[in-house]
Design a protein around this ligand. Structure first.
Ligand code: FEO
Length: 401
């Protein structure tokens, strides 16, 4: 790979030396339609420093990119900002090959790294506010616990006004371009929001605290270098503002109707409910779980004010694809939703109660009565679905006033 894979200079002292994973389509349950990148960075300071590594199979690509700038054996320091294996899979072998003087991680990071791997040396713990001396530069450490692992930290290179933000401000997007200003803004917005919805949403309160802290410190930041996707150099302010907006989880005038269906009965109910919402002027996204992945639903729910969910009963339970999505959404802890349950059944009909309980468990406000239809919904049941949609729409409009 040497002479083919090159590093990309991203600031005075820093090169991107990561890897592009064009083909990954499932990232622990999150569908990554556009692949991803594992970003590692080489700081060419007096003490050359590697920030994070890559997923294990991509180590050769990272080493080739480093070798395009310097002999990897000259690296003196490695910093691990986040223990998840897409950034540390290559770490043990890299340490062996490079033989750095020191390897740093947060205190929780040291523990987590040692629980994941076997190292031939001690990892040095750093704590919030510590400075790592790179000779003619330094890295300031910001612990960002639970964003999104207990070990997570960010590091700031004041000399280049650059924040290494690990997963924060990242996205799953494989591309030959490395910077935000080289990529269609609509793709950036979609993939950054999808990443936030699927990875960071549960930690929204911590994100708001982190943003307040960064603003309070008044750090000049020209570049945000995340561990996935493009590097922010044009719209640093824009992505930070988007994070604040998403983390606040203020509902917008939008409804998401998700449904599973066996013989189209629940689908007809979903369509009737969507008609009721539209009649109140609420834009609706109708999503069959046959063709929409759980991570697509998470993306749509991010800025929605309404989540209605419908499932038929199969063997005394809600249809499995709905159980999958509701379990996933519950873990993401969306806030401020209004919702309703509906569904069809043949004889026992447990699903609607189960869906409603799952929504209640997610703290979704449920202002109306759920609608059940035996076998095939008739005009009466479809009318009730339409009325339920209108009721949800009215409640959302009242809330948004
Ligand atoms: Fe990209 Fe949390 O790992």
């Amino acid at each position: 790979m040497k002479d083919i894979m090159n590093a990309v200079k991203i600031s005075e002292k820093v090169y991107w030396v990561g890897a592009i994973d064009w083909n990954i389509r499932d990232f622990h349950g999150y569908t990554t339609k556009r692949g991803s990148t594992y970003n590692a960075y080489l700081v060419t300071s007096e003490k050359p420093t590697l920030i994070d590594t890559v997923k294990a199979p991509f180590r050769g690509e990272m080493m080739a990119r480093i070798a395009s700038v310097m002999d990897p054996g000259d690296i003196k320091i490695i910093v691990s900002n986040h223990t998840e294996m897409d950034h540390t899979g290559a770490l043990p072998e890299t340490i062996k090959e490079v033989n750095p003087e020191q390897v740093f991680a947060s205190q929780a990071g040291v523990k987590a790294l040692e629980e994941h791997f076997t190292f031939d040396r001690e990892i040095t713990p750093v704590k919030d506010g510590d400075r790592i001396n790179l000779g003619n530069a330094s890295l300031t450490c910001f612990e960002t616990r639970m964003l999104h692992w207990p070990d997570s930290m960010m590091t700031y290179l004041a000399e280049d006004r650059l924040l290494f933000s690990q997963d924060g401000f990242g996205m799953h997007l494989a591309s030959s371009e490395r910077f935000d200003d080289e990529i269609d803004p609509a793709i950036l917005e979609y993939e950054a929001a999808t990443y936030f919805a699927n990875i960071l949403l549960p930690y929204s309160p911590l994100i708001l605290k982190l943003l307040d802290r960064l603003y309070g410190l008044n750090l000049p930041i020209d570049v945000i270098a995340p561990d996935h996707g493009p590097i922010w150099r044009k719209d640093v302010k824009g992505i930070v503002e988007s994070y604040r907006r998403w983390a606040v989880q203020a509902p917008s005038k939008k409804a998401v109707v998700i449904y599973a269906t066996m013989w189209r009965s629940t689908e007809l109910m979903a369509l009737a409910l969507a008609e009721g919402l539209s009649g109140r002027g609420i834009p609706v996204k109708v999503m069959s779980l046959d063709v929409n992945h759980r991570s697509d639903v998470a993306y749509e729910v991010l800025d929605a004010g309404i989540l209605a969910a419908g499932a038929p009963t199969l063997n005394n339970n809600m249809f499995p694809s709905m159980a999958d999505v509701l379990t996933y959404l519950k873990g993401l802890r969306p806030q401020n939703l209004i919702g309703a349950a509906f569904g069809s059944y043949g004889w026992s009909g447990e699903s609607v109660k189960q869906v409603e309980a799952a929504l209640a468990d997610m703290k979704v406000e449920l202002p109306g009565e759920p609608v059940k239809a035996k076998n095939v919904p008739g005009a009466e049941e479809l009318g009730r679905c339409r009325d339920l949609g209108a009721l949800l729409g009215d409640r959302l409009l009242e809330k948004l006033e």
